[in-house]
Design a protein around this ligand. Structure first.
Ligand code: A2P
Length: 278
């Protein structure tokens, strides 16, 4: 009932949110279904998946928030290609053009996602091999969250080693969860339990492992812990995702071991992608 005679029926306050701008033709508008904050620097969210959207596990896509001039940023898709929803793992940068706002999203909010996924951290960009190393730091674990839940990963490799190095122990939580999810998964659980080895490390807090992965490769501590020979192009393949410095340094170590970088058009022994920041 309208208790205010000054309000004509059409002026009545309403609970409806203001209409949102339509996304550009190149993008989908999707609805956030879940948000989880891990630390003051990290959070994950899930959103609906457009039925027509296809991608390969390990690829990234541009995402942005509705607006006149959206800021688009590349995000690795953290969910596998078969999942009904799309998952992302994100850093929070206080003044970041996108993440300052993105970190405030809630279930029900809209996120725009460009229609074309791309990326080099895909199984197709690697030559066949026995052992697959996934080297990640920080949010660089996101594409591997997808790939360790992808059946093809276990069809192609006998052993899959996920290294995840963060500053603090709390930042390792998402990686622990996705590894546990992969091992408990109906589709890949059995293979993941048999083949997936998770090596988390925290460099700025006491932890079971507290060295940078580059140090562990250089000193051989990584291979001693695994009980395997050092990196070799004959047996090993690697995927690398982290900061500019981290990807540069591990790439150099792979090349020093005689490994050659691959791409979609020319598969090789290792592939590299920089994790998103900003
Ligand atoms: P460190 O604590 O020694 O700097 P960031 O949050 O800065 O991206 O760092 C994430 C993790 O990556 C940290 O554990 C950090 O170690 C590590 N890291 C940073 N730079 C490199 C690098 N060039 N090579 C290997 N690890 C690195």
């Amino acid at each position: 009932m309208n208790l205010n005679p000054a309000l004509a029926p059409t002026d009545q306050p309403t609970d409806q949110p203001a209409p949102q701008p339509a996304p550009p033709a190149s993008a989908f508008a999707e609805t956030v279904t879940m948000v989880r904050h891990y630390t003051d620097r990290l959070f994950m969210f899930r959103m609906t998946r457009p039925p027509s959207f296809r991608f390969r596990s390990g690829e990234f896509v541009m995402i942005g928030l509705p607006g006149e001039k959206p800021v688009w940023r590349a995000y690795s898709i953290a969910s596998p290609a078969w999942d009904e929803e799309i998952e992302f793992f994100s850093i929070k940068v206080p003044d970041g053009p996108l993440t300052a706002l993105l970190q405030k999203i809630q279930p029900g909010d809209t996120v725009w996602m460009k229609k074309k996924p791309t990326g080099t951290l895909v199984i197709d960009a690697l030559l066949p091999g026995r052992r697959l190393y996934m080297f990640s730091t920080g949010t660089g674990v996101a594409p591997f969250a997808s790939l360790i839940r992808e059946p093809e990963t276990y069809e192609k490799f006998e052993q899959v080693i996920l290294t995840h190095t963060c500053r603090d122990v709390a930042e390792l939580k998402y990686g622990e969860e996705i590894v546990a999810a992969a091992k408990a998964d109906e589709l890949v659980g059995e293979e993941a339990t048999a083949k997936l080895i998770h090596l988390p490390a925290a460099t700025r807090e006491p932890y079971v492992r507290s060295q940078r992965i580059t140090t562990m490769i250089e000193t051989g501590a990584l291979f001693a812990e695994l009980g395997v020979a050092p990196l070799s192009p004959h047996t090993d393949r690697a995927m690398i995702c982290g900061s500019i410095e981290m990807t540069r340094d591990i790439k150099a170590l792979c090349e020093a071991a005689g490994m050659v970088e691959g791409a979609n058009s020319a598969p090789g022994h290792f592939v590299v992608e920089r994790a998103f920041v900003g």
